[in-house]
Write a protein that binds this ligand. Structure first.
Ligand SMILES: [Zn+2]
Length: 198
């Protein structure tokens, strides 16, 4: 029904989370109505995004280029503390509170319904390796307060304790079943401050 190139874009947009086919049609029509120049800037930014955004080789947060992310590179941040989160949006949420000055480690998910193969992709061994390398005194496990997040936290805590570091979990300000990414800054700040030993 739509021109072929138009239809292709609809399919790309429909594959995005929370975008249904109708919404995708509207978005593509909106793009079509843009000035060609704007559209070309959009395309260029998309290409840059595809080519330049990578995972930080140290903490697996998002990074521009091949090197370490801006947080890992920041000499003012304490490398004695690592805050473990499920995904990069959780880093952003915690950064917004301005209450945390350590480093991060992004697992890339949690130990849930995933297949063994998917679990293998989580950056768990990379975390243990960072701790084993020394210099880390505390690991704050800030996985989401869901059953899966809790399971992951317990699993990590058991192993991390054998490595001789203090392991803490965010306080329960965030509702159970909730998502750190969506917690408001005040709730998240108090959850960081009230963290408890696991
Ligand atoms: Zn990093």
């Amino acid at each position: 029904m739509f021109p072929k190139s138009f239809q292709k874009l609809i399919e790309h947009f429909s594959s995005l989370p929370s975008v249904g086919p109708k919404m995708a049609e509207r978005l593509v029509l909106h793009l079509f109505k843009q000035k060609k120049d704007n559209l070309n800037v959009f395309v260029k930014d998309l290409q840059d995004f595809a080519n330049n955004v990578n995972f930080c080789p140290c903490c697996y947060n998002l990074s521009e280029g091949q090197g370490e992310c801006s947080i890992c590179q920041d000499k003012k941040r304490k490398s004695t503390m690592i805050c473990v989160v499920e995904d990069p949006l959780d880093v952003i949420a915690i950064e917004k509170t301005r209450r945390y000055s350590g480093k991060y480690h992004v697992l890339g998910g949690n130990l849930s319904v995933m297949s063994q193969e998917e679990i293998g992709k989580l950056k768990i061994n990379e975390l243990f390796k960072r701790v084993e390398e020394g210099g880390v005194r505390e690991v704050i496990v800030a996985t989401n307060p869901t059953t899966d997040g809790d399971t992951t936290a317990l699993y990590l805590a058991r192993k991390l304790k054998t490595l001789g570091v203090r392991v803490t979990r965010l306080a329960r300000g965030i509702p159970t079943g909730g998502d750190i990414e969506y917690a408001d800054e005040i709730t998240l700040s108090s959850a960081i401050e009230g963290r408890r030993e696991v």
